[in-house]
Structure formats: C-alpha cells, structure tokens
Ligand binder design. Sequence first.
Ligand code: GDP
Length: 534
Amino acid sequence: MLDPTAHTGEAGAADFTRRRTFAIISHPDAGKTTLTEKLLLASGAIRQAGQVKARGERRRTRSDWMEIEQQRGISVTSSVMTFERDGIVFNLLDTPGHSDFSEDTYRTLSAVDAAVMVIDVAKGIESQTRKLFEVCRLRDIPIFTFINKVDREGQDPLGLMDDIAATLALDLTPFTWPIGLGTDFRGLIDVPGKRALLAEERGGPLTRIVPFTDPMDLLGIEGVEERIVEEAVESLSLALGVLPPFDLESFREGHLSPVFYGSAIKEAGVAQLLAGLGGFGPSPLPRNANGRTVEPAESNVSGFVFKVQANMDPNHRDRVAFVRLCSGVFKRGMKLFNAREKRHMAIANPIFFFAQERETADEAVAGDIIGIPNHGLLRVGDTLSEGETIRFEGIPDFAPEILRRVLLSDPMKSKQLQKALHDLAEEGVTQVLRPLTDPAPIVGVVGTLQLDVLSSRLDKEYGVPIRYENVSFVTARWVVGEHADLERFVESNRSSIAHDRDDKPVYLARSQWVLDRAIEEHPKLKFVAVKERG
Ligand code: GDP
C-alpha cells in the first residue's frame, strides 16, 4: 500500500522531491516486463510474481497482440504504475515495446525524468534500445543501465561495458558486477555498498552478504570457486581502473550511466537498481514552456497530456487523458484551464494508477501522473494550468511515412467515419489528412502495424468497416511560412496538399526527389518533418 505521508509529507505539505517518474526502455525480449514485475515486488506493491502479464509472450503474434489492445483494461492499468518504497513514490510509465509505436513512446518519454535502459547481457545494444536511447539523449534524460540475464551465458562484462560506452558514446560506472555468468553465476558485487551478494545455495536468492574494504578481499572467499571469484574481481578492478568514477552532475546531464548487472528473473540486482533510482535518481525536473521554465515547486498547478486512451469501456465513449503534472499541488475537484480550448474544466474524478487497481486521487504533485476521464475535450499535447496560457515543449508529431486512402465499405457511414477518425487522431493512433481535391481521407502512420490497429478499432469500436487503398504519395511534410507565400504554394499545388486536423497545410510528395525539388524551389517555406503539438 502507498504510505499516505509519502504523498503529502509529514507536515501535510505535498513533497514532489520524493517522486521518481521514469520509464524502462529496451529492445523486445530484453526483460522489461520481468524487471517491471520485480520492481513492483521489491517495493511490496504486488505480492507474487505473474501479476504483470508477460506481454513479451503475447506480442509474438499480431492477432493476439491486437486482442490485448482491444481489452483496453490491461494496457491501461499497465500504462502507469505507482509504487512506494522507503518514502519514495515511483511512477513507472510503460513504453510500448513494438517499434511501430515509437510515436507513443516518444511522447511518453517527454513525461519522465529518468529512464532505465535494459540490455540483454548476451545481445548487447540492439536496434530498438539504440533508438530509444537517442530520444533520451535528445532530451538529456538521465539513464540507469540494467544489464539483464546474468544467469545466462553472455558477453564478457568488461568487453560489454566497452562496447556500450563506444556505441552510445556514454560514460559508464559499474554499480553491481556479476560473479560469474550463466552456469557460473554465483552472485553480484555491490560496488558502492562494498559487499558481495551471494547465493546460500547454487541458483538460490542472493541472501549471503559478505562486506569488503577492497574487492581484492573477496579472493579466497569460502563457498565460491576460486576461478570464478578471481575472474570477477579482476575484471571489476580493470573496469574501475579504466572507467570514470560516478559523478552525479554528469549522470543528471545524461552523460554518465550507472550500470547494474543483474538477473530480473532471479531478482538479482533489482533492489540495488531501485535503491539507486530512489537515492540519486532525479526528482521532478523543471520543464520548458513557451519562453519560460516551469519549476516543480511553483504553487500553481500545471501539466500536460502525453497520452490519451479511448474506449476503455466500450459501452461508454469515455477516454482517459494521462497528464504529467509539472508544478503545484493538484487537488481533486480543482478547475483547470485548457490553453488550447481556452476554457476551464472541473477535474472531478482524477485517477491514480496503482499496480493492481485504479484509485481516486485526492492530491498529486509535480512528477505524478493523473488520469482524467473526459469525453474528448483533452488531446495529446494539451496543457492544463490554473489560468496561465502555457505550452510545454517536447511533445512532437512526426510526419507520417506510410500513407493510405481510407475507403468505406458502407458509403452511408461517412459521418461516423469522420467522427471515429477524429477520435483516433486525438488519441495519437493515426494522423488524418484531408486532401483538398479528394473527398476520401488519407491516414498517415509511422509503422504498418498501426494500420491494422486502426482498421480493427474502426470496425470493432465504431462499427465502421474500411479498407485501405495505396496512394501515389510517399511522404508528407507540414508547410510553414508567411501567409502569402504559403497561399501561393497551396494554390499552385492543390492536388498535393491536404489539411491536418488543425487545418494546417501538409504537402504530399510523390517521391523524395519531388520533395527535394519543392524545398529547393521554395526557400521561403519550411517543409517540416517533426512538429511540436499544440
Ligand atoms: P520484454 O519483451 O522486454 O518485456 O521481456 P520479458 O520480460 O517478457 O522477457 C523476455 C524473456 O526473457 C522471457 O521469456 C523472460 O522469462 C526471460 N527473462 C527475463 N529476464 C530474465 C533473466 O534475468 N534471466 C533469464 N534467464 N531470462 C529472463
């Protein structure tokens, strides 16, 4: 259970400094789900394994995966998990594992203050890890590294450190170090804690604790083969000799990552990672917004919507907007100002996301995530405040790379289609483009799996079956410029222009070459691939 004083502080004052809001990034199968579960276990938020569903297993087939997405409840309760340990409240935000959902992931990463990068000890840095790491780097998000599956054969720990450091151009400092890998795995060296964590019996939990002054003291330790200890101590000493010592500032700036070797499945290294997150992980950071910095300690409430999930209950067209609070103390029943809609809304039923059930939130501070049920008023990128018109930076829209014309199976349903596409666009599932010279809408997505999800949801949730037709455009760009220049361009290219949901012009190019030429011929216009929302 959550300690209520962790929410409000001893004296009743809300304490954002005790919040840690983070995400786990990894390549599929590296162990994100398992680690999530063990973090919840270590915090006491859940009692036994198996409660966070092993999505890894299900993801393998498309149809299974889509079925889960349709069972809205599951994906929502695992979107945000709040748990508490030693007076620190952790908000863990889930990032969808599939690469097709990178847009959603980017937006989620805009709402965290730190990330845990999970790496498979045998595989090292994989493509998805690398992509997600680059997003974190772009935002200077501090990163914890968890090198998982040391209970399996893997790469030599020192060599792997070298590899990661070189591939990501990132400084690394070892916090836990494996004593043997695979069948040789005997425990971990807790470097800052100056102790070895060993199994009482082979393969068991690491309950035997052996303190040391210098790692060399571990040589000759009883109960572990000399060869294994020697190798571990030697490679750790080499690592400590060549790698930089831990530096908090460098970590907070995203240049240095503490490395925890461990095994999620065996719960090895998980408590150390959690202690690191709680101990020196950043509390909610200031956020940039139109020309000023919003500090978490400011008394006025502010926050932004980084995710919208619709139709959690298919019988009601409800949606939940996930809001990351950036400042102030939010109280239930408060009226907040939506800068885009320029109107206040009462937040009567905010939701917190606990490991097992949803609970009504009475109070929340910077770093917390609240779910706000609404009927379509809130969309991704929206800012809420107590009256100030704030727009937080860093919530992007990406120019879609896959474009399809949407054709109705039943032409009488055109109104329903419009409404459904509008809803799903607000949720961030797709972008909807309305060509100036063609009544059929074009949908734009970043990954093909999104197309399947879109058509399935249109059919099942809105009763609007559709099919896709290829279009002759390969890419899209928002066109930005002075009004007169823009109008001239739109008029002379009408058959290649569409409007987005904000009625902004989008240029549809038939080839990269055509796009390059348009860019060259219109130096006064900008052709934008990534655009801030709002
Ligand atoms: P995700 O796709 O990143 O969420 O990965 P999962 O947590 O679903 O794990 C993928 C597979 O690796 C599953 O079969 C897990 O049981 C297994 N796994 C996860 N952590 C460990 C570990 O520490 N050791 C071993 N041997 N297997 C693990």
